[in-house]
Design a protein around this ligand. Structure first.
Ligand SMILES: Cc1noc(C)c1CN(C)Cc1cc2n(n1)CCN(c1cc(N)ncn1)C2
Length: 404
Protein backbone atom coordinates (compact mmCIF):
# COMPACT_ATOMS: atom_id res chain seq x y z
CA UNK A 1 0.00 0.00 0.00
CA UNK A 2 1.61 3.29 -1.12
CA UNK A 3 1.94 6.08 1.43
CA UNK A 4 0.30 9.37 0.36
CA UNK A 5 3.75 10.89 -0.14
CA UNK A 6 4.90 8.04 -2.39
CA UNK A 7 1.61 8.18 -4.33
CA UNK A 8 1.95 11.97 -4.75
CA UNK A 9 5.52 11.67 -6.01
CA UNK A 10 4.69 8.92 -8.48
CA UNK A 11 1.60 10.86 -9.68
CA UNK A 12 3.61 14.02 -10.14
CA UNK A 13 6.46 12.22 -11.83
CA UNK A 14 3.92 10.68 -14.25
CA UNK A 15 2.42 14.11 -14.88
CA UNK A 16 5.87 15.58 -15.48
CA UNK A 17 5.67 17.97 -12.52
CA UNK A 18 8.61 18.64 -10.27
CA UNK A 19 8.45 17.04 -6.83
CA UNK A 20 10.75 16.90 -3.84
CA UNK A 21 11.29 13.22 -3.06
CA UNK A 22 10.43 12.57 0.64
CA UNK A 23 13.34 11.00 2.46
CA UNK A 24 12.70 7.63 4.12
CA UNK A 25 9.90 7.99 6.72
CA UNK A 26 9.25 11.64 5.84
CA UNK A 27 5.47 12.23 5.55
CA UNK A 28 5.60 15.34 3.31
CA UNK A 29 6.45 16.29 -0.27
CA UNK A 30 6.65 19.71 -1.94
CA UNK A 31 6.00 20.64 -5.56
CA UNK A 32 6.67 23.71 -7.58
CA UNK A 33 3.45 25.08 -9.02
CA UNK A 34 3.86 27.74 -11.70
CA UNK A 35 0.85 29.93 -12.36
CA UNK A 36 -0.20 30.06 -15.98
CA UNK A 37 0.93 33.59 -16.86
CA UNK A 38 -0.38 33.03 -20.35
CA UNK A 39 -3.97 32.87 -19.12
CA UNK A 40 -5.88 35.91 -20.43
CA UNK A 41 -7.94 36.87 -17.36
CA UNK A 42 -11.66 37.71 -17.42
CA UNK A 43 -13.24 39.02 -14.19
CA UNK A 44 -16.85 37.84 -14.61
CA UNK A 45 -15.55 34.34 -15.42
CA UNK A 46 -13.53 34.27 -12.18
CA UNK A 47 -16.62 35.41 -10.24
CA UNK A 48 -18.80 32.85 -12.01
CA UNK A 49 -16.39 30.03 -11.10
CA UNK A 50 -16.22 31.11 -7.44
CA UNK A 51 -20.01 31.33 -7.12
CA UNK A 52 -20.44 27.98 -8.83
CA UNK A 53 -17.79 26.39 -6.55
CA UNK A 54 -19.54 27.53 -3.38
CA UNK A 55 -23.12 27.16 -4.61
CA UNK A 56 -23.87 30.89 -4.55
CA UNK A 57 -26.70 32.18 -6.78
CA UNK A 58 -25.52 33.29 -10.27
CA UNK A 59 -27.44 36.15 -11.88
CA UNK A 60 -28.55 36.05 -15.51
CA UNK A 61 -26.36 39.09 -16.15
CA UNK A 62 -23.29 37.25 -14.90
CA UNK A 63 -24.18 34.20 -16.99
CA UNK A 64 -24.59 36.46 -20.04
CA UNK A 65 -21.26 38.20 -19.42
CA UNK A 66 -19.45 34.89 -19.19
CA UNK A 67 -21.22 33.46 -22.23
CA UNK A 68 -20.43 36.58 -24.25
CA UNK A 69 -16.76 36.48 -23.39
CA UNK A 70 -16.30 32.73 -23.78
CA UNK A 71 -18.66 32.66 -26.72
CA UNK A 72 -19.83 29.19 -25.88
CA UNK A 73 -20.05 28.64 -29.60
CA UNK A 74 -16.87 27.93 -31.64
CA UNK A 75 -13.95 30.15 -30.56
CA UNK A 76 -13.56 33.01 -32.96
CA UNK A 77 -10.95 34.08 -35.50
CA UNK A 78 -10.44 36.94 -37.96
CA UNK A 79 -8.54 37.33 -41.22
CA UNK A 80 -7.88 40.56 -43.09
CA UNK A 81 -5.97 41.22 -46.29
CA UNK A 82 -3.31 43.91 -46.26
CA UNK A 83 -1.75 45.68 -49.25
CA UNK A 84 1.42 47.73 -49.81
CA UNK A 85 0.59 51.45 -50.02
CA UNK A 86 2.98 52.16 -52.93
CA UNK A 87 5.80 50.73 -55.08
CA UNK A 88 8.24 51.03 -52.15
CA UNK A 89 6.05 49.03 -49.72
CA UNK A 90 6.25 52.14 -47.48
CA UNK A 91 3.32 50.99 -45.36
CA UNK A 92 0.49 48.46 -45.52
CA UNK A 93 -3.21 49.26 -45.81
CA UNK A 94 -5.95 47.18 -44.18
CA UNK A 95 -9.71 47.89 -44.35
CA UNK A 96 -11.44 48.35 -40.99
CA UNK A 97 -15.19 48.74 -40.34
CA UNK A 98 -16.24 51.22 -37.66
CA UNK A 99 -19.74 51.99 -36.38
CA UNK A 100 -23.34 51.25 -37.36
CA UNK A 101 -23.90 51.27 -40.28
CA UNK A 102 -20.30 50.33 -41.02
CA UNK A 103 -17.92 53.06 -42.09
CA UNK A 104 -14.93 51.42 -43.82
CA UNK A 105 -11.54 53.12 -43.46
CA UNK A 106 -8.08 52.20 -44.86
CA UNK A 107 -5.82 51.97 -41.81
CA UNK A 108 -2.15 51.20 -41.11
CA UNK A 109 -1.70 48.32 -38.62
CA UNK A 110 1.19 49.22 -36.35
CA UNK A 111 2.74 46.78 -33.86
CA UNK A 112 5.00 49.67 -32.80
CA UNK A 113 2.20 51.72 -31.23
CA UNK A 114 -0.98 51.18 -29.19
CA UNK A 115 -3.61 53.70 -30.33
CA UNK A 116 -6.43 53.23 -32.83
CA UNK A 117 -6.89 56.70 -34.29
CA UNK A 118 -8.68 57.94 -37.40
CA UNK A 119 -9.26 60.95 -39.59
CA UNK A 120 -12.79 62.03 -38.73
CA UNK A 121 -15.55 64.62 -39.11
CA UNK A 122 -13.61 66.48 -36.39
CA UNK A 123 -10.41 66.73 -38.46
CA UNK A 124 -9.98 70.18 -40.04
CA UNK A 125 -11.45 70.02 -43.57
CA UNK A 126 -8.15 71.27 -45.07
CA UNK A 127 -6.27 68.39 -43.39
CA UNK A 128 -8.90 65.75 -44.15
CA UNK A 129 -9.08 66.53 -47.85
CA UNK A 130 -8.53 63.30 -49.84
CA UNK A 131 -8.93 61.09 -46.77
CA UNK A 132 -11.80 58.73 -45.88
CA UNK A 133 -13.17 59.95 -42.54
CA UNK A 134 -15.14 58.46 -39.60
CA UNK A 135 -18.24 60.39 -38.52
CA UNK A 136 -19.34 59.34 -35.02
CA UNK A 137 -22.55 61.36 -35.46
CA UNK A 138 -23.54 58.98 -38.27
CA UNK A 139 -23.01 55.86 -36.15
CA UNK A 140 -25.88 54.72 -33.89
CA UNK A 141 -23.39 52.79 -31.73
CA UNK A 142 -20.87 55.62 -31.22
CA UNK A 143 -20.53 57.01 -27.69
CA UNK A 144 -18.33 59.97 -26.70
CA UNK A 145 -15.76 59.05 -24.02
CA UNK A 146 -16.24 62.37 -22.30
CA UNK A 147 -13.19 64.05 -20.84
CA UNK A 148 -10.75 61.80 -22.69
CA UNK A 149 -8.12 63.11 -25.08
CA UNK A 150 -5.07 61.67 -26.83
CA UNK A 151 -1.85 62.87 -28.39
CA UNK A 152 0.85 60.80 -30.09
CA UNK A 153 4.21 61.41 -31.75
CA UNK A 154 5.95 58.74 -33.84
CA UNK A 155 9.60 58.01 -34.41
CA UNK A 156 9.64 60.06 -37.60
CA UNK A 157 8.25 63.09 -35.69
CA UNK A 158 4.83 62.76 -37.33
CA UNK A 159 2.01 63.34 -34.85
CA UNK A 160 -1.74 63.50 -34.26
CA UNK A 161 -4.14 64.25 -31.40
CA UNK A 162 -7.85 64.54 -30.58
CA UNK A 163 -10.74 63.20 -28.52
CA UNK A 164 -12.20 59.74 -28.03
CA UNK A 165 -15.34 57.75 -28.85
CA UNK A 166 -16.20 54.11 -28.35
CA UNK A 167 -17.82 52.17 -31.16
CA UNK A 168 -17.97 48.72 -32.72
CA UNK A 169 -14.80 47.97 -34.70
CA UNK A 170 -14.68 44.97 -37.03
CA UNK A 171 -11.44 43.63 -38.54
CA UNK A 172 -11.37 40.56 -40.77
CA UNK A 173 -14.91 39.62 -39.66
CA UNK A 174 -14.19 39.81 -35.92
CA UNK A 175 -15.98 42.56 -33.98
CA UNK A 176 -15.02 44.32 -30.78
CA UNK A 177 -18.21 45.94 -29.53
CA UNK A 178 -16.78 48.73 -27.39
CA UNK A 179 -13.47 49.81 -28.88
CA UNK A 180 -11.86 53.17 -28.13
CA UNK A 181 -11.75 55.02 -31.45
CA UNK A 182 -9.49 58.06 -31.19
CA UNK A 183 -10.81 60.84 -33.41
CA UNK A 184 -8.18 63.25 -34.81
CA UNK A 185 -8.76 66.96 -34.32
CA UNK A 186 -5.15 67.60 -35.37
CA UNK A 187 -2.78 65.69 -37.72
CA UNK A 188 0.77 66.53 -38.83
CA UNK A 189 1.75 67.19 -42.43
CA UNK A 190 3.12 63.66 -42.96
CA UNK A 191 -0.37 62.24 -42.37
CA UNK A 192 -2.21 65.00 -44.25
CA UNK A 193 -0.11 64.22 -47.34
CA UNK A 194 -0.41 60.44 -46.95
CA UNK A 195 -3.95 60.17 -48.34
CA UNK A 196 -3.80 56.38 -48.79
CA UNK A 197 -4.33 55.85 -45.05
CA UNK A 198 -6.95 57.37 -42.74
CA UNK A 199 -5.28 56.45 -39.45
CA UNK A 200 -3.70 53.63 -37.52
CA UNK A 201 -4.59 50.48 -35.59
CA UNK A 202 -2.06 50.12 -32.81
CA UNK A 203 -1.21 46.45 -32.20
CA UNK A 204 1.38 47.11 -29.49
CA UNK A 205 0.86 46.46 -25.77
CA UNK A 206 -1.81 48.42 -23.84
CA UNK A 207 0.87 50.10 -21.68
CA UNK A 208 1.74 52.21 -24.74
CA UNK A 209 -1.75 53.72 -25.18
CA UNK A 210 -1.78 57.54 -25.15
CA UNK A 211 -5.37 58.29 -24.03
CA UNK A 212 -5.66 60.47 -20.94
CA UNK A 213 -6.82 60.40 -18.16
CA UNK A 214 -7.68 56.69 -18.56
CA UNK A 215 -5.53 54.76 -21.12
CA UNK A 216 -7.57 52.50 -23.41
CA UNK A 217 -7.04 48.95 -24.62
CA UNK A 218 -5.98 48.11 -28.16
CA UNK A 219 -8.38 46.35 -30.49
CA UNK A 220 -6.35 43.13 -30.20
CA UNK A 221 -6.21 43.32 -26.40
CA UNK A 222 -10.01 43.66 -26.34
CA UNK A 223 -10.37 40.78 -28.81
CA UNK A 224 -7.84 38.39 -27.28
CA UNK A 225 -10.02 36.68 -24.65
CA UNK A 226 -12.67 35.85 -27.28
CA UNK A 227 -10.28 34.61 -29.95
CA UNK A 228 -9.51 30.90 -30.35
CA UNK A 229 -5.94 31.76 -29.32
CA UNK A 230 -4.65 35.11 -27.94
CA UNK A 231 -2.33 35.76 -30.89
CA UNK A 232 -2.18 37.30 -34.36
CA UNK A 233 0.12 36.80 -37.33
CA UNK A 234 1.53 39.23 -39.89
CA UNK A 235 2.23 38.06 -43.43
CA UNK A 236 3.49 41.19 -45.20
CA UNK A 237 4.60 40.81 -48.82
CA UNK A 238 6.58 42.74 -51.42
CA UNK A 239 4.18 44.30 -53.95
CA UNK A 240 1.43 41.78 -53.32
CA UNK A 241 -1.48 41.17 -50.96
CA UNK A 242 -0.62 39.78 -47.53
CA UNK A 243 -2.70 39.21 -44.40
CA UNK A 244 -3.19 39.79 -40.70
CA UNK A 245 -4.80 36.72 -39.08
CA UNK A 246 -6.27 36.85 -35.58
CA UNK A 247 -6.71 33.86 -33.25
CA UNK A 248 -5.01 31.26 -35.42
CA UNK A 249 -1.77 30.46 -37.24
CA UNK A 250 -1.96 29.44 -40.92
CA UNK A 251 1.35 27.58 -41.10
CA UNK A 252 0.88 27.09 -44.86
CA UNK A 253 1.92 30.74 -45.23
CA UNK A 254 5.47 29.80 -44.23
CA UNK A 255 8.14 27.49 -45.68
CA UNK A 256 10.14 27.15 -42.47
CA UNK A 257 9.45 26.08 -38.89
CA UNK A 258 8.22 28.78 -36.49
CA UNK A 259 10.96 29.67 -34.00
CA UNK A 260 9.70 31.31 -30.79
CA UNK A 261 11.51 33.77 -28.55
CA UNK A 262 10.31 35.76 -25.50
CA UNK A 263 8.63 39.12 -26.26
CA UNK A 264 9.16 42.11 -23.94
CA UNK A 265 6.05 44.33 -23.99
CA UNK A 266 7.12 46.59 -21.10
CA UNK A 267 7.72 49.61 -23.38
CA UNK A 268 4.57 48.97 -25.41
CA UNK A 269 6.52 47.48 -28.33
CA UNK A 270 7.06 43.83 -29.29
CA UNK A 271 10.68 43.67 -28.11
CA UNK A 272 12.89 40.63 -28.74
CA UNK A 273 16.52 39.57 -29.20
CA UNK A 274 17.95 38.08 -32.37
CA UNK A 275 20.83 35.73 -31.56
CA UNK A 276 23.16 36.70 -34.41
CA UNK A 277 23.37 37.72 -38.07
CA UNK A 278 25.23 37.12 -41.33
CA UNK A 279 25.62 38.64 -44.79
CA UNK A 280 25.28 36.77 -48.08
CA UNK A 281 24.37 33.39 -46.64
CA UNK A 282 27.46 33.05 -44.42
CA UNK A 283 27.25 31.23 -41.07
CA UNK A 284 25.41 33.24 -38.40
CA UNK A 285 27.69 34.95 -35.90
CA UNK A 286 26.77 35.16 -32.21
CA UNK A 287 26.38 38.94 -32.00
CA UNK A 288 22.89 39.36 -30.52
CA UNK A 289 20.62 42.22 -31.62
CA UNK A 290 17.85 43.49 -29.34
CA UNK A 291 15.08 45.33 -31.16
CA UNK A 292 11.37 45.46 -31.93
CA UNK A 293 9.12 43.81 -34.51
CA UNK A 294 7.41 46.85 -35.99
CA UNK A 295 4.88 46.68 -38.83
CA UNK A 296 4.54 50.49 -38.74
CA UNK A 297 8.16 51.13 -39.76
CA UNK A 298 9.16 50.64 -43.38
CA UNK A 299 12.85 49.85 -42.94
CA UNK A 300 15.21 47.44 -41.17
CA UNK A 301 17.13 49.74 -38.79
CA UNK A 302 20.24 48.24 -37.14
CA UNK A 303 23.50 49.43 -35.50
CA UNK A 304 26.18 51.09 -37.68
CA UNK A 305 28.63 48.18 -37.37
CA UNK A 306 26.07 45.82 -38.92
CA UNK A 307 25.05 48.32 -41.60
CA UNK A 308 28.72 48.78 -42.55
CA UNK A 309 29.38 45.01 -42.56
CA UNK A 310 26.51 44.66 -45.03
CA UNK A 311 27.25 47.54 -47.40
CA UNK A 312 30.98 46.68 -47.52
CA UNK A 313 29.70 43.96 -49.86
CA UNK A 314 27.96 46.48 -52.13
CA UNK A 315 30.49 48.05 -54.52
CA UNK A 316 28.61 51.30 -55.25
CA UNK A 317 27.14 51.85 -51.77
CA UNK A 318 27.65 55.28 -50.22
CA UNK A 319 25.96 57.49 -47.64
CA UNK A 320 23.84 60.19 -49.32
CA UNK A 321 23.32 63.22 -47.04
CA UNK A 322 20.32 64.46 -49.02
CA UNK A 323 18.63 61.06 -48.75
CA UNK A 324 19.81 60.62 -45.13
CA UNK A 325 20.72 57.02 -45.88
CA UNK A 326 22.86 54.56 -47.85
CA UNK A 327 22.22 54.47 -51.59
CA UNK A 328 23.71 52.35 -54.40
CA UNK A 329 23.41 51.62 -58.13
CA UNK A 330 20.03 50.01 -58.75
CA UNK A 331 21.80 47.52 -61.06
CA UNK A 332 23.82 45.96 -58.21
CA UNK A 333 22.95 42.46 -57.07
CA UNK A 334 22.59 42.90 -53.32
CA UNK A 335 23.66 40.19 -50.86
CA UNK A 336 21.05 38.68 -48.54
CA UNK A 337 20.96 39.49 -44.81
CA UNK A 338 20.13 36.79 -42.24
CA UNK A 339 19.38 36.87 -38.51
CA UNK A 340 18.86 34.13 -35.97
CA UNK A 341 15.71 34.04 -33.80
CA UNK A 342 14.10 31.30 -31.76
CA UNK A 343 16.50 28.70 -33.13
CA UNK A 344 15.57 29.55 -36.73
CA UNK A 345 17.39 31.60 -39.37
CA UNK A 346 15.44 34.30 -41.23
CA UNK A 347 17.04 35.32 -44.52
CA UNK A 348 16.04 38.59 -46.21
CA UNK A 349 16.80 38.29 -49.93
CA UNK A 350 18.88 40.97 -51.67
CA UNK A 351 15.81 41.97 -53.68
CA UNK A 352 13.92 42.87 -50.50
CA UNK A 353 16.90 45.00 -49.41
CA UNK A 354 16.62 47.26 -52.46
CA UNK A 355 13.74 49.47 -51.38
CA UNK A 356 13.24 51.82 -54.32
CA UNK A 357 14.90 54.32 -56.68
CA UNK A 358 15.57 57.58 -54.81
CA UNK A 359 13.19 59.23 -57.26
CA UNK A 360 11.08 58.15 -60.22
CA UNK A 361 13.36 56.85 -63.03
CA UNK A 362 16.60 57.27 -61.07
CA UNK A 363 19.31 54.58 -61.38
CA UNK A 364 20.28 55.22 -57.77
CA UNK A 365 18.40 53.12 -55.21
CA UNK A 366 17.75 53.52 -51.46
CA UNK A 367 18.68 50.69 -49.12
CA UNK A 368 16.11 48.79 -47.07
CA UNK A 369 18.76 48.38 -44.32
CA UNK A 370 19.71 51.65 -42.65
CA UNK A 371 21.30 52.83 -39.41
CA UNK A 372 19.39 52.89 -36.12
CA UNK A 373 22.11 55.06 -34.50
CA UNK A 374 20.01 58.24 -34.21
CA UNK A 375 16.90 56.34 -33.04
CA UNK A 376 18.21 54.55 -29.96
CA UNK A 377 16.38 51.32 -30.72
CA UNK A 378 16.81 48.65 -33.41
CA UNK A 379 13.73 48.17 -35.57
CA UNK A 380 12.85 45.05 -37.55
CA UNK A 381 10.39 46.88 -39.78
CA UNK A 382 8.57 45.82 -42.92
CA UNK A 383 11.79 45.02 -44.86
CA UNK A 384 12.54 42.25 -42.31
CA UNK A 385 8.92 41.24 -41.68
CA UNK A 386 8.37 40.64 -45.43
CA UNK A 387 10.81 37.71 -45.26
CA UNK A 388 8.81 35.90 -42.56
CA UNK A 389 5.50 34.82 -41.14
CA UNK A 390 5.55 36.53 -37.73
CA UNK A 391 3.44 35.36 -34.77
CA UNK A 392 2.60 38.02 -32.16
CA UNK A 393 1.65 35.71 -29.29
CA UNK A 394 0.18 37.79 -26.43
CA UNK A 395 -0.93 34.75 -24.42
CA UNK A 396 2.58 33.34 -24.21
CA UNK A 397 4.34 36.75 -24.38
CA UNK A 398 6.48 35.55 -27.26
CA UNK A 399 7.23 36.22 -30.92
CA UNK A 400 7.36 33.49 -33.54
CA UNK A 401 9.33 33.82 -36.78
CA UNK A 402 9.20 31.46 -39.77
CA UNK A 403 10.97 31.85 -43.13
CA UNK A 404 8.57 32.49 -46.03
C1 LIG B 1 4.81 57.71 -47.40
C2 LIG B 1 5.46 57.02 -46.25
N1 LIG B 1 6.64 56.43 -46.28
O1 LIG B 1 6.89 55.84 -45.12
C3 LIG B 1 5.86 56.08 -44.30
C4 LIG B 1 5.75 55.57 -42.89
C5 LIG B 1 4.95 56.85 -44.99
C6 LIG B 1 3.67 57.37 -44.47
N2 LIG B 1 3.98 58.64 -43.79
C7 LIG B 1 4.38 59.70 -44.63
C8 LIG B 1 2.91 58.97 -42.88
C9 LIG B 1 3.18 58.16 -41.68
C10 LIG B 1 4.06 58.46 -40.68
C11 LIG B 1 3.94 57.44 -39.80
N3 LIG B 1 3.06 56.58 -40.28
N4 LIG B 1 2.58 57.01 -41.45
C12 LIG B 1 2.67 55.38 -39.61
C13 LIG B 1 2.96 55.50 -38.16
N5 LIG B 1 4.29 56.00 -37.98
C14 LIG B 1 5.26 55.26 -37.36
C15 LIG B 1 4.93 54.07 -36.76
C16 LIG B 1 5.97 53.35 -36.15
N6 LIG B 1 5.73 52.18 -35.53
N7 LIG B 1 7.23 53.81 -36.18
C17 LIG B 1 7.48 54.98 -36.79
N8 LIG B 1 6.53 55.73 -37.38
C18 LIG B 1 4.62 57.27 -38.54
Amino acid sequence: MQTFGAFLVSFLAASGMAAALPTEGQKTASIEVAYNKNYVAHGPTALFKAKRKYGAPISDNLKAAVAAKHSLTKRQTGSANTNPSDSADDEYITSVSIGTPAQVLPLDFDTGSSDLWVFSSETPKSSASGHVTYSPSKSSTAKKLSGSTWSIEYGDKSSSSGDVYTDIVTIGGFSVKTQAVESATKVSTQFVQDTVISGLVGLGFDVGNQVSPRPQKTWFSNAASSLAEPLFTADLRHQETGSYNFGFIDTSLAKGTIGYTPADGSEGYWGFTATGYSVGGAKLNRNSITGIADTGTTLLLLPDNIVDAYYNNVESAEYDDSQEGVVFDCSEDLPSFSFGVGGQTITISGDLLNLTPIEEGSSTCFGGLQSSADIGINIFGDVALKAALVVFDLGNERLGWAQK
